[in-house]
Design a protein. Sequence first.
Length: 316
Amino acid sequence: MRIMVTGGAGFVGSNLTKRLLDEGHSVTVFDDLSLGTLDNLRECKGKPGFAFIRGDLLDFQCLAAAVRDHEVVFHLAANSDIPRGTQFTDTDLRQGTLATFNVLDAMRLNSIRQIVFASSSVIYGEPSVIPTPEDYGPLLPISLYGASKLACEGLISAFCHNYNFQAWMFRFANICGLHATHGAIVDFIRKLQANPRKLEILGNGRQAKPYLHVSECVDGMLFGWHNGHDAVNYFNLGCEGATTATQIAEYVVEALGSTNVELTYTGGQRGWRGDVPQVRLDCGKMRRYGWVARLTSDEAVRRAAQEIVEEMVCRS
């Protein structure tokens, strides 16, 4: 198939692009390189069917021309820095909601009917049901990032019902692994590079969330895309278990081979305003379709810490 991947030079997007090419699809990456890098796509360059377009999703004319002649859009582009969205309050509106509307309308004009969307578990806010299933409500996100993801799901659903689109929306757990651009593992590595003896952890360190390895995130998305046949398909995408912030710090220390590192804490149950400190996802829907993650959350984080240290430190 002819596939466009928005945000394809970023973390999940670059891993997805490589997999799609390996499976024989033609893939156009559309990315403004604000977070992603061409280096993330080094294994894709020169492969048959690969193309890269540097562009901004808010430039509608550029986007509409770029998406022409494709059959499906994997829409992964978004602001991934949740605290930044709190500081600059139009960030998620522009890079999330408005960008998604442009993608959908460009698809409509070009008669493209399939969209696969990277949503997030943050749309649930702080749910009273844990583990949280897909039919939980009301949905009351506590970050502007979460609000944007929820708005995007609403727009996608409306386009499906009005223009005969078919959608697959995946509410991600925390994703970790090769080409990561943000998140606790990356932050801890950078902090230890600056001060190898002390590592500050935001909050009390007991925040715990499921961490899904990026390779399994890609597996799950492709499985759901191939096996979900409703007009609007939506899935939690996660794994067994949850990993605390302190555990992540310990895995990073281990991966770096550091010794005598003092762990300090800023205190409080949240890492930052808008952070959901305890997340557990009910992934029974994906299981019923026939897919489960092979790695537990702890196994995914430990593997990812080794991969990201290799990428950030050993190759630098």
